[in-house]
Design a protein around this ligand. Sequence first.
Ligand SMILES: Nc1ncnc2c1ncn2[C@@H]1O[C@H](COP(=O)(O)OP(=O)(O)O)[C@@H](O)[C@H]1O
Ligand SMILES: [Mg+2]
Length: 364
Amino acid sequence: MASKINVAVLMGGRTAEHEVSIKTGNIIVKALDKNKYNVKPVIITKQGKWLLPDGYIKALEKDDKTYDIPDTQASEIAPVNTGMALDKAVDEKVDVVFIAMHGPLGEDGTVQGLLELADIPYTGSGVLASSLAMNKFMSRKMFEYEGLLVPKGAVFNVWQWEKDSNKVISQVENNIGFPCVLKPEELGSSVGISIARDSESFKKDFQKALRYSNEVLIEEFVKGLEVTCAVLGDTGGKEPIPLVPTQIVPVTSDFFDYKAKYTPGATEEITPPIDVDQNMIKRIQETAVKAHKVLGCGGMSRTDMIIRDNKLYVLELNTIPGMTELSLYPQAAKAAGIEFSDLLSRLIEMAVETHKNKKRCVDF
Ligand SMILES: Nc1ncnc2c1ncn2[C@@H]1O[C@H](COP(=O)(O)OP(=O)(O)O)[C@@H](O)[C@H]1O
Ligand SMILES: [Mg+2]
């Protein structure tokens, strides 16, 4: 029998999306096929310490709870710094790192770059696609340039705001209008996102977004039907494959906010969408594949969109979609007949393949 592949599952991190990442990581650790893989969970605490806990898998398999290790307990588990963790990964012959992280310092190309330097294969997109996708304004620019439709929008930074907040507000009033959506430039899971109905709420919402980012993206509020579509990447010049789209109907919130995303029952997710026709389903899938290719994504992506007046607006692309029990990517895979653990195996195979295909410096 072929020997097992060593997979380190990286989760947590110094980000507002730490908790979601822990959930994703826990679920991946549990679901990975133990006949094929030796699984090593690696947790990055909120303060950036890397923990390589023994016995973690046993704790996870005991019940259905989510396990995290807070910084207060971290010292008991011999935390290591980033460099030492990489050395350990090389010493322990980690074959692939499964990056189960969301948001800055995980999904944004930084961890990907670190693993490139260490020459260790990793799942998902490479450095450039990861950072482009993480920056909502940059990815919008790319989408627009390549002919995809995006909501009207503009970005303002903390310094413009501090210098003359009234000027920012009047520009928003004149060019975008109310209601509008405020988003921290680099985050996900709807953290820090608000919808401002007027200039008064705009002020409060802008301050809230600034807690997470120095730049805030303002977009027109597109009132319509929200959908999302997962794409399974492929390597070696093969076309990425769109999975079945999902229609998103928040039940208790005005939009797909953090609560709607992570509270059971707070959102209806309908796969495939019932309120759009076949022609639109095809357009959604083509748009998701195009968005994936425009940013140059790797193994997987999920593009969020809104339909208004038969027009399809791209909101954003996620390179590491959530994989909690409520998450959309595993649901979409299931609808396409791909079991979760097979999906994870495919992502690992793609990581190995991508690494193998990479052209590196030769004699020059
Ligand atoms: N321009 C917009 N018009 C209407 N709703 C929006 C708009 N932008 C975002 N939203 C709502 O906010 C949610 C989160 O926004 P999104 O851009 O997907 O960021 P995140 O990375 O936090 O998921 C969306 O799923 C949607 O419900
Ligand atoms: Mg989103």
